[in-house]
Ligand binder design. Structure first.
Ligand code: NI
Length: 253
């Protein structure tokens, strides 16, 4: 069940049986010569939508612009400042909590978001703590690649050149969701350099085609289905007890 494709009475009915919601969260940033700019938002969205169709939980619109200042030297990348993101996340959380959502599960697709997401949680909890009131909401974040055996699956599929940005795994997941988006480009060296960076100019200097340590030419629609199937099952296994959802009943909703 998708929030933005539901009516308010449907959301009200859902809240009567479950107070949990999954919020896919990602980034809009370049992903090398063959990866979609939306990759980090699309990966958790694709997995969450498939899991929700099977398990019956509610998925919010994707928070699809995050921490991407280091990608701004590539066309198409959009970023928030950390302070903007903390404020926006607090507005999303406050809105959802006001309707009675009690478990908000941020399903993350971008490593660069982790610190700011934790800061946003701290900001939200601090408001309650400083008023001396108990917070009615539990906030959780999980990176899709850390679920269950997802990482092992990716390592088996791509034993060399997985890297850390524009990886074959994440691009495969987007190809599973959007098979019409298979791209090809000459990339040299085959496995991109890895290393550190500071700002956007430094990133582009160190990683001229946008990849970090990766060989995304290995990506495929088939690998994407394998990864999404493993991630979907692991997401359902984690979310069901967190949301106190029954194992099988109401899965058709
Ligand atoms: Ni990515």
């Amino acid at each position: 069940m998708l929030l933005h494709q539901s009516t308010w009475p449907e959301v009200e009915t859902y809240l009567g049986r479950c107070q949990g919601i999954v919020v896919p969260i990602g980034s809009t940033e370049q992903h090398g010569p063959t990866g979609l700019v939306g990759t980090d938002a699309l990966c958790p969205e694709i997995i969450a939508h498939e899991a929700a169709a099977e398990a019956g939980f509610l998925v919010a619109p994707t928070f699809n612009v995050g921490m991407a200042q280091h990608h701004l030297a590539f066309p198409g990348s959009i970023t928030l400042r950390p302070s903007t993101m903390i404020a926006a996340l607090n507005d999303w959380i406050t809105s959802l909590a006001g309707h009675g959502f009690k478990q908000i599960y941020f399903f993350n697709g971008h490593g660069g978001n982790i610190t700011t997401l934790n800061a946003a949680f701290a900001e939200y909890y601090a408001g309650w703590s400083m008023r001396g009131e108990p917070c009615p909401v539990v906030l959780k974040q999980r990176n899709w690649w850390e679920l269950g055996s997802v990482m092992d699956t990716c390592r088996k599929l791509f034993p060399a050149g997985e890297g850390s940005h524009a990886t074959a795994s994440e691009i495969s997941v987007t190809l599973h969701g959007y098979p019409q988006s298979v791209k090809s480009a000459a990339m040299s060296p085959r496995i991109a350099p890895d290393g550190t960076f500071t700002d956007a100019a430094d990133f582009r200097r160190n990683f001229p085609d946008g990849r970090c340590g990766s060989d995304p030419a290995q990506a495929s629609v088939e690998a994407g289905k394998t990864i999404v199937d493993v991630a979907k099952a692991a997401l359902i296994t984690e979310v069901r007890p967190f949301f106190d959802l029954p194992a099988k009943a109401e899965a058709a909703e």
